[in-house]
Design a protein around this ligand. Structure first.
Ligand code: DP6
Length: 333
């Protein structure tokens, strides 16, 4: 009744922004991401009668029932597990990220993918990858994609019950090993508005949201094609444009949601200049101020060296297509 798993974070090339069903965590639009090598969550879960209540230790800090961060995330997820698989036992979860959680690098994606895989193993549920992606989805939407490595699409689906909203792998990591993302951390402070609250407010109030939904299918088609043809220009151009469209919906939410800081702006302008000079790279930004620069292996070091010189850049991490989430032997307790 005890198992451990490791899952990598992922960074979206076509973003997920907005839900059609909050309870079932169903998205308004499909999305595509790259699973990142080296930015992962390692999680151990144990179900046992000795636990009188669920307990979570995340990066050394204890969380339990009654705490908002717990109830809205892991607490909700465990209720789904108990309901769907008829489990009555309480559990202990220990999870560590090997990258700073506060840096806003999609830690919930890696965390819930690892938790879904560990729970499946601990309780011997026998779920396949598609089912695992749907279980991870109940913890955090972006976690749906972290079940697979390489390049992954999370299907929007159209069914009310969510049974057709799951992840599929577009290409394995070895299909396009030269693809790089240079992650530029412009602040280590935790973001003020979580994705969950931010997207709900956007759906409700941004006049741009309709345009987002009308154009996202075309971006999905282009990025899918770009990945399969290993067409870096097509993937990069589409991903950058898609990111700017998502941020346009955020900025025009009432009250406005502006995730960018001065460091974010510096890098955006630099990427545009470098591209003009012939260094091919594109940016993407999620619900936070960090910038991820898309490039190919041959340019990654040069770009990393350049961004390190920027006054607002606190950390730079180069990542490439990583592996599927998997069960591991090493337990954290
Ligand atoms: C901007 O998956 O964190 O990173 O489903 O409410 O847990 P919840 O939100 P979350 O949102 C991720 C939003 C994004 C885009 C993306 O990863 O696709």
């Amino acid at each position: 009744m005890k198992a451990s798993a490791i899952a990598n974070a992922n960074i979206a090339l076509v973003k997920y922004w907005g839900k059609r069903n909050k309870e079932l965590m169903l998205p308004n639009n499909g999305s595509i991401s790259m699973t990142t090598a080296g930015l992962n969550a390692h999680t151990t879960v144990e179900f046992d009668e000795k636990y009188k209540e669920d307990i979570l230790i995340l990066n050394g800090k204890e969380y339990k029932k009654g705490m908002e961060e717990y109830d809205d995330y892991v607490g909700k997820f465990l209720s789904v597990v108990r309901q769907n698989y008829d489990v009555n036992l309480r559990c202990k979860i220990v999870s560590n990220n090997n990258f700073p959680t506060a840096a806003g690098l999609a830690s919930s994606a890696a965390g819930f993918a690892a938790l879904a895989v560990a729970v499946n193993e601990a309780l011997q549920l026998g779920l396949d990858k598609k089912e695992l992606s749907m279980l991870a989805r109940r913890g955090s939407g972006s976690a749906t994609r972290s079940i697979y490595g390489g390049f992954v699409e999370w299907k929007r689906g159209s069914r009310e019950d969510g049974t057709d909203s799951y992840a599929e792998q577009i290409a394995k990591p070895e299909y396009w090993p030269e693809f790089r993302m240079v992650v530029c951390v412009t602040t280590k402070e935790a973001k003020k508005i979580k994705s969950r609250a931010g997207m709900a407010q956007t759906v409700k109030t941004s006049p741009m949201y309709k345009a987002w939904l009308e154009t996202v299918d075309e971006d999905l088609r282009a990025v899918r094609e770009g990945i399969l043809k290993r067409d870096f220009t097509l993937v990069g151009q589409t991903a950058e444009h898609n990111c700017l469209k998502m941020h346009a919906t955020m900025i025009t939410t009432k009250p406005s949601i502006i995730y960018w800081n001065a460091g974010t702006m510096d890098i955006i302008h630099a990427v545009l200049e470098w591209r003009d000079e012939g260094l091919e790279c594109y940016f993407t930004i999620d619900a936070g101020p960090q910038v991820k620069i898309l490039c190919l292996e041959k340019d990654a070091k040069e770009i990393a060296e350049r961004v390190k010189e920027f006054p607002h850049v606190e950390d730079v991490i180069i990542t490439y297509p990583g592996e599927d989430a998997k069960v591991v032997d090493k337990h954290l307790f």
